[in-house]
Write a protein that binds this ligand. Structure first.
Ligand code: GLN
Length: 290
């Protein structure tokens, strides 16, 4: 997108958006939406402002900053990293390149988990690989009497999760830096949730430019795609209370293999669930360890 700091021509909200859409057309599936989110965030206004005041002038500095954002978006940088935030479960999460960007399909896991947690229960829950606190904070918010331990290996991501809890005013959550269960001592939980990395290292899907901006450790599991899933299924056996429940997100083509793994490792009441796009997405099982 053409821009210079000394650009003296005037730009309205409407013309800036129009040019941005032309610029993003080939590189984004949602050029108009991306441009509106970026401009609204830059101006510190809701998106409705752009529709109400299309003829408002942008200052040269605003226009310059907008062009820079559009250029980065055109290169493939995700909108959530450009704005520093992503909505999930109607909560606004801060995200950074150290954290995976929460995905809508993960809301399905939250919904399934909530169905297993009676409203007034005081469950102890662990969310493994929490990233910006995605599942942990949504569950803690919905079930204020429960206690959620948000577990994350990456220290920087854990800092973001802690900041999100502070900003959202969620206090029934604690944070633990741990490589899956390595730092969880003898703790046992009424429920364990995880959205682990589950893409296999040679999956052509990884060629998508946007994914290159996200932490590979949160996306890529290893040569089979099941390394993290299996480690969690095995490790959870010594961290689930009797009859407690494990819920895992997995890839669209990993449903039968994940439910098989659960059964082979002694879980019962095993079930698989589809997301709203109709893809296998979540596997659940109970374990009767102690
Ligand atoms: N669902 C994500 C994607 O398709 C992957 C998330 C993950 O590996 N846990 O990009």
């Amino acid at each position: 997108m053409q821009h210079t700091k000394t650009d003296s021509s005037s730009h309205t909200v409407s013309s800036a958006l129009h040019n941005a859409v032309l610029c993003l057309n080939k590189n984004s599936n949602t050029p108009r939406l991306d441009a509106e989110i970026l401009l609204a965030t830059l101006l510190g206004k809701p998106r409705s402002y752009l529709h109400t005041w299309p003829q408002n002038q942008l200052t040269p500095a605003q226009h310059f900053a907008f062009c820079e954002l559009i250029e980065r978006r055109r290169e493939g940088e995700p909108v959530a990293y450009l704005t520093g935030q992503q909505e999930f479960w109607s909560l606004i999460y801060r995200v950074t390149p150290d954290t995976l960007i929460p995905r809508p399909e993960t809301e399905h896991l939250v919904e399934l988990a909530l169905r297993q947690i009676p409203k007034d229960s005081c469950y102890q829950i662990a969310d493994l690989g929490t990233g910006p606190g995605t599942i942990a904070l949504a569950l803690a918010h919905e079930r204020p009497r429960c206690h959620v331990m948000a577990v994350e290996y990456c220290g920087q991501a854990l800092q973001v999760a802690m900041e999100n809890a502070r900003r959202l005013g969620i206090t029934n959550v604690t944070f633990r830096q741990s490589d899956w269960f390595s730092n969880l001592a003898q703790d046992r939980f009424d429920m364990i949730t995880a959205n682990p990395p589950y893409i296999c290292s040679n999956d052509p899907y990884l060629a998508q430019k946007e994914l290159h901006y996200e932490p590979a450790t949160a996306l890529v599991s290893g040569p089979t795609g099941f390394e993290a899933i299996e480690a969690i299924i095995v490790g959870a056996q010594s961290h689930l209370k009797s009859e407690a429940c494990l819920l895992l997100e997995h890839g669209y083509d990993q449903g039968p293999a994940t439910t098989d793994l659960l059964r082979r490792h002694g879980y019962h009441d095993v079930a698989g669930y589809k997301d709203y796009a109709g893809h296998d997405r979540v596997a659940m099982g109970r374990y009767n360890g102690i």
